[in-house]
Design a protein around this ligand. Sequence first.
Ligand code: ZN
Length: 146
Amino acid sequence: MGPPAKAEQQNKSKKKGLTERLVCYITHPRQLMKRKKTLSSLKRKRSRLVARLPDLERLLRGSLVERYKKCGKSGCHCVQDRGHGPAYYLSVTFGPGKTRSYYVSAKQKRRILKYLGNYQKLRELTEQIMSVNRELLEQGELEDDC
Ligand SMILES: [Zn+2]
């Protein structure tokens, strides 16, 4: 008596599982459309972010620092004020306690600021792109064509 009843129950639950899937598909077409729309808007958003990426050849990490120097000559005006300058340097940290400075001429200052800005922009945009990709991952829609 036992075994046949068990088999029947298994059949029933299989059938039930199939029906449930079908009902879900038919009764929630709106939700499905909404999901698709979200998906394409996510991909559009990602494309817009990629289009805004800065020139990847013009990047610098670090900070622009201003320095003033005292020449040491007695009677020089710098004895009274903050010193000669400003002179500009690009300060880059490579690790704990490892910082290097690179001289930046007045002429190069604007360019350096642009390069530094590009790097900030790159970081912000890639963070947003990865956020979109995490959403796609959650939806099981992360593409593998790369
Ligand atoms: Zn001086």
